[in-house]
Design a protein around this ligand. Structure first.
Ligand code: DC
Length: 213
C-alpha cells in the first residue's frame, strides 16, 4: 500500500505522515530529505550550485541510505545537518534539475521496493507514485506556514525572512520543468491552515479507513 502526500513547504506533511506511519505500521519516507542530502554533499564538497553538470554528478554519486529511520550520506548520519537555511534554499534550486530528480527518484524507488509506505514531498502523487492507493494534497496559507517554521526554528531569521523564503521556495516548487508541485487527479485536498495536527491526522485516516480497514 502506498499513501502519498504532496504539498508546499511548512504545510505539516512530515508531522502527519510520521504519525500515520506509526499508527498504521507503515514505512515513512520523506523525499525532501533526499534532495537535502544531495545538497549537503554539494555544499560539503564545495560544489557550485550554478554548475548544472556538477550538481547532476553529485546527485548521481551521493551514497544515500536510510538505516533505522536515520539518513546516512556516504555512511555518516546527517539527520542534524539537513535542516538549515543554507540547505533549504539550495535544495530548492538543485531539485529543479531534471537529472537530479531522476537520480533521487531511482534511489527512492530502490529504498521503497515492496514495502507498505507513507511518503511525502512535491511529486509523490504525480510522478513517483502516480498509482498510489491514497493521494493527498495538503495546503495552507503562506503566512501560516511561515509562522510555523519561524516558531519551530528560532534563530533562523525574522518572520519576514522566513515568509520570503517560503514564497521563494513555493515559486521554485510550482515552476519546475519536471516534478512541479501540483494537485494530482483524485487527490484529497486538505487545507491545514486552521486545523490541529490531530484534526489533519483524523481526516487522512478517515479516507484511508473508509477504503481499507
Ligand atoms: O519537503 P522539504 O522542504 O524537506 O524538501 C526539500 C526540498 O526538496 C524543497 O525545496 C523541495 C524539494 N523537493 C522536491 O522537489 N520534490 C520532492 N518530492 C520533495 C522535495
Amino acid at each position: 500500500m502506498v499513501i502519498a502526500i504532496d504539498g508546499p513547504a511548512g504545510v505539516g506533511k512530515s508531522t502527519i505522515a510520521k504519525m500515520i506511519a506509526q499508527k498504521g505500521g507503515l514505512y515513512y519516507l520523506n523525499s525532501g530529505n533526499f534532495y537535502r542530502a544531495v545538497t549537503l554533499k554539494h555544499l560539503q564538497t564545495g560544489g557550485d550550485f550554478n554548475d548544472r553538470e556538477a550538481c547532476i554528478h553529485t546527485a548521481q554519486t551521493a551514497d544515500i541510505s536510510i538505516v533505522d529511520g536515520h539518513f546516512l550520506l556516504d555512511g555518516q548520519c546527517v539527520d542534524d545537518k539537513l535542516h538549515n537555511s543554507g540547505v533549504d534554499m539550495n535544495a530548492s534550486r538543485i531539485s529543479c534539475i531534471p537529472e537530479v530528480r531522476e537520480a533521487v527518484n531511482r534511489r527512492i524507488n530502490a529504498v521503497c521496493k515492496g514495502m507498505d509506505i507513507i511518503c511525502e514531498g512535491r511529486d509523490m502523487t504525480t510522478v513517483v507514485f502516480p498509482d498510489a492507493e491514497f493521494k493527498f494534497y495538503f495546503d495552507a496559507e503562506p503566512e501560516v506556514r511561515a509562522r510555523r517554521r519561524y516558531l519551530q526554528n528560532p534563530g533562523e531569521g525574522t518572520f519576514e525572512e522566513v515568509l520570503r523564503s517560503i514564497r521563494e521556495r513555493d515559486e521554485n516548487d510550482r515552476n519546475k520543468p519536471v516534478g512541479a508541485l501540483k494537485i494530482a487527479p483524485g487527490a484529497h485536498i486538505i487545507d491545514t491552515s486552521y486545523l490541529t495536527i490531530t484534526e489533519v491526522c483524523e481526516k487522512v485516516l478517515s479516507v484511508v479507513k473508509a477504503a481499507k480497514f
